[in-house]
Design a protein around this ligand. Sequence first.
Ligand SMILES: Cc1cc2nc3c(=O)[nH]c(=O)nc-3n(C[C@H](O)[C@H](O)[C@H](O)COP(=O)(O)OP(=O)(O)OC[C@H]3O[C@@H](n4cnc5c(N)ncnc54)[C@H](O)[C@@H]3O)c2cc1C
Length: 388
Amino acid sequence: MIGGGPAGLAAAIALAQSGANTALIARRTPYADNRTTALLGGSIDFLQGLDVWPRCKDKAAALQVMRLVDDTGRLIRAPEVRFSCDEIGLDTFGYNIENGTLIAALEQRAAELSALTRFDDEADTVNPGEAAVAIRTGQVKSLSARLVVGADGRQSLCREAAGITVNRRDLHQSALTFNVSHSRPHRNISTEFHTPHGPCAFVPLPGDRSSVVWVSTPKEAERLIALSDDELSNAAEKQSHSILGRIQVEPGRHMFPLVIEQPREFAKARIALVGEAAHVVPPIGAQGLNMGLRDAADIADIVREAMGTGEDPGGPQVLKRYASARRADVASRTFAISIANRSLLSDFLPMQTLRAAGLHLIGSIGPLRRLAMREGLSPSWRPTRRVI
Ligand SMILES: Cc1cc2nc3c(=O)[nH]c(=O)nc-3n(C[C@H](O)[C@H](O)[C@H](O)COP(=O)(O)OP(=O)(O)OC[C@H]3O[C@@H](n4cnc5c(N)ncnc54)[C@H](O)[C@@H]3O)c2cc1C
């Protein structure tokens, strides 16, 4: 395993728990930004199976209602769409948690597993060979593995070593993230305001707090990040139409240029990619890490099955099974997110009409709305894999 972000740590735990002798090459550094993750449906079950969820669930906020509000101010506007978890018989869609808190719980669990050896280091070179991959670390340790799982993020060395090329599309948008406290309760409702430059989401955190992901043009994001605390508090309150009352920003802001990245393959030359090494999508519909956790669950499951039958875990058949397990999920979500984003930004009137009509249908036709909710949580056609 190379890379100790949330997807890499989850994959390392799942692999070690499934009996694979696992080495994790990842620096132990404090989590560097204030992103939060809305963990949906199966992600919670997966983290429960890893014995990670009990360590952090008290610090997460339940998400029971999701509102989409058209705030484009355009002539043709979509009606508000409200998704409620009780409509599909659930107590919650999922939970929003600070990434730093999730990482701490993952790190704690990873440290307990005897099948998991941690190298507090980084991979310097990764060389795939016929029977194994040779890895050299920054502290000049040489390791060899029949399978390398690359969870080394957007600039993945593993991906490059496997010779996997990437389709990259710059969206000319940036996401500003910060957390806020507010005078009115959020009542576990997440609200996404759709502006002509991207969505601005207020997602519940425990107490009277929310995380904000504000997508805009890079220039506007630069302006917002440079505001004083009071100015940004006022701007956020205005953007939220005061639904949360008075808003006060907390220390810490970060900016993320938005891109879509689609590697041409998920696995090659004894290297399988998980997390953002395998897919980067903009923060619309809270899909990125949820997909990354499904990558982690699938690679661990496929490796366990392969070891059970004496198969080489890095062999071409195993890599092929992993790629086919992940392809449709990642491709369909990347496509849906890209379309949702484009339809929001488009100044083309027929596109705006189509978007408004689509949201109107989802908002008013119960079975369609319930289908959208279930598909948003996880793909319905995904085979039920054993809980690891
Ligand atoms: C604003 C924003 C909001 C988001 N909100 C959500 C959400 O609500 N829900 C959701 O599901 N997703 C969300 N996402 C997506 C989610 O944050 C990412 O999918 C996730 O953080 C990626 O995790 P990762 O482990 O794949 O990558 P990373 O966190 O980038 O981890 C990669 C790790 O690999 C390490 N590394 C790199 N190279 C090497 C090397 N050579 N050797 C060793 N280590 C190496 C890096 O140091 C890093 O620690 C959001 C994203 C953004 C930008």
